[in-house]
Design a protein around this ligand. Structure first.
Ligand SMILES: Cc1cc2nc3c(=O)[nH]c(=O)nc-3n(C[C@H](O)[C@H](O)[C@H](O)COP(=O)(O)OP(=O)(O)OC[C@H]3O[C@@H](n4cnc5c(N)ncnc54)[C@H](O)[C@@H]3O)c2cc1C
Length: 478
């Protein structure tokens, strides 16, 4: 298992093409725009070497019997699934943001299950190939970006019906030694500081969309790959100091990219689906269920920090014991723990798949994420209520540091006399960072927009069974 320093060194060896704000990023480790995201992901490496978290972050490989980082593990029991959630909550508490590595973990586990099924039903040999790849991922402790979401163009149209065929990633050439793919993946979390990306389809497909049924692994710096780094709320503040960024060490969400694949060659040993369109939907749903499981872990870790910051703000403002404040804090705790409950439940109710790995209860996993699309907003709303308007109107850090204005800010933003004004400002900036713009949009759309979960809830619920229960009690004969 790599430690933090080894992870940073491994990133320095890669040469991805990354554009950000009109320039190229030469080193993701050293560039101020990407370094906070690197720090967040590095936590997943660092904690694997901390004896306190060994049980959560270290697992035993089902493929080699060796110790591996849990972010490269194929889940072997419901206990593994539960530990994943606990690990995510714990790291969310330490970073206060997205630490990115779960997307690849979920893509790997989904691919393991789906390749097994495709091989069994189609006589292909993707699974064996994937197992070899998985061993590499585990042995080298790679960070994998989970690359599902295509740019999708006109949302009412299937891939082959789009005005531009490249709006979904597709195979443009099949060769003796591999395939060539073209298209782009959007919103790619942790991409610039991953080692490889695992491409998978984004939607259900028909026979006319065979070329869009593609899964493969591609190094982030493969020829033809171009990353365009996404802008986040207040990210320019990173270049101006540390107070105004709120969480200077770890930033906001996962440092997403638009990743363009300009005729990228992929050797056959890295291709895990090539034309089996009938399995695209199951692939998407399997990945999505694993990914939705996470939100009651990582986002609850983040919510723990928001709740702590909100309680601190109440104290700094001098109103910690006011009844409506306590009530609102209780509500925030309730919402956070409800999300956590759902994640634990979908893990504990998981089951063994035919491939031998463990999979979550999909109905419950979709409940987790649907709750998250609402509860993180409500938690943030309550945090804003308690923190006060100055999280929206605070002066610049530069003015706080300037001799002409600092005395005024010190004097007029003082509240509880036991608390230095700077603490009140720092806590407000942390809350501003964690409860606005980009951070909330991730809770809404990450792992799918709410409607995607609603569709799954309707599909996974046995309404006929429920109607039967009701008819029986109402003494209605069919
Ligand atoms: C911060 C963040 C991180 C992310 N990280 C990753 C990642 O690491 N890897 C990855 O692969 N993806 C990632 N995603 C992508 C995420 O899964 C998508 O944002 C999500 O699936 C929604 O897709 P979209 O953004 O294209 O929204 P859209 O598809 O444009 O959806 C917008 C709205 O339109 C509705 N809509 C769209 N199409 C239809 C339709 N055909 N019929 C009816 N309604 C429709 C949706 O329900 C939604 O309400 C991330 C997203 C965010 C915001």
């Amino acid at each position: 298992m790599m430690n933090k320093e080894q992870y940073l060194a491994s990133l320095r060896k890669l040469k991805p093409v990354i554009y950000c704000n009109g320039r190229k990023i030469e080193s993701v480790v050293d560039d101020p725009m990407t370094r906070p995201h690197v720090n967040s992901a590095a936590m997943t490496y660092e904690l694997a070497h901390d004896p306190e978290y060994n049980d959560l972050v270290v697992a035993t490989s089902s493929l080699t019997g060796r110790e591996i980082n849990r972010f490269t593990h194929l889940h072997q029991s419901t206990d593994d699934l539960v530990k994943k959630v606990k690990m995510l909550r714990m790291i969310g508490q330490k970073t206060g943001t997205c630490f990115q590595r779960c997307v690849g973990l979920d893509a790997l586990n989904a691919t393991y299950i789906v390749t097994h099924k495709v091989d069994k039903e189609c006589g292909t040999s993707y699974h064996e190939r994937f197992v070899k790849y998985m061993q590499e991922v585990q042995e080298q402790d790679l960070m994998i970006a989970g690359s599902m979401t295509d740019v999708k163009g006109d949302r009412s149209k299937k891939p082959g019906q789009q005005a531009d065929p490249d709006l979904f990633v597709h195979i443009v050439e099949r060769r003796d030694d591999g395939i060539v793919v073209r298209g782009a993946k959007a919103h790619q979390t942790g991409m610039v500081n991953s080692h490889e990306m695992l491409i998978l389809p984004t939607t259900n497909l028909g026979p006319e969309d065979k070329d869009y049924a593609v899964a493969c692994a591609i190094p982030v710096d493969a020829p033809g790959v171009v990353h365009i780094f996404g802008r986040q709320t207040n990210d320019g503040r990173r270049l101006q100091g540390d107070i105004d960024t709120g969480n200077a060490e770890y930033a906001i969400v996962g440092g997403e990219t638009l990743t363009v694949l300009n005729d990228v060659f992929v050797p056959w040993e890295r291709v895990f689906m090539c034309g089996e369109y009938q399995y695209a939907q199951e692939y998407v749903e399997t990945f999505a269920a694993y990914h939705r499981q996470n939100y009651g872990g990582c986002k609850v870790g983040v919510a723990d920090v928001i709740i702590g910051a909100t309680a601190a703000m109440a104290e700094y403002n001098g109103v910690p014991n006011v009844s409506h404040i306590k009530d609102k804090l209780i509500e925030m705790i309730h919402l956070a723990e409800t999300m956590y409950n759902c994640s634990i439940a979908c893990s504990a109710e998981g089951h063994k798949t035919e491939a031998g790995s463990y999979y979550v209860d999909t109905l419950l996993a979709n409940t987790v994420k649907l709750n998250c699309t609402r509860f993180m907003y409500e938690i943030s709303r309550l945090a804003h209520d308690i923190a006060g308007g100055f999280i929206a109107t605070l002066p610049y850090e530069a003015d706080y540091k300037a001799p002409e204005t600092r005395p005024y800010i010190e004097k007029y933003f003082a509240a509880n006399p036991r608390i230095p004004t700077e603490h009140r400002i720092r806590m407000a900036r942390l809350l501003e960072n964690m409860t606005g713009g980009t951070a909330l949009a991730e809770s809404m759309h990450g792992a799918g927009s709410p409607q995607a979960m609603r569709v799954m809830l309707y599909r996974e619920t046995n309404l006929e069974h429920k109607k039967k229960l009701a008819r029986k009690l109402a003494k209605i004969e069919q």
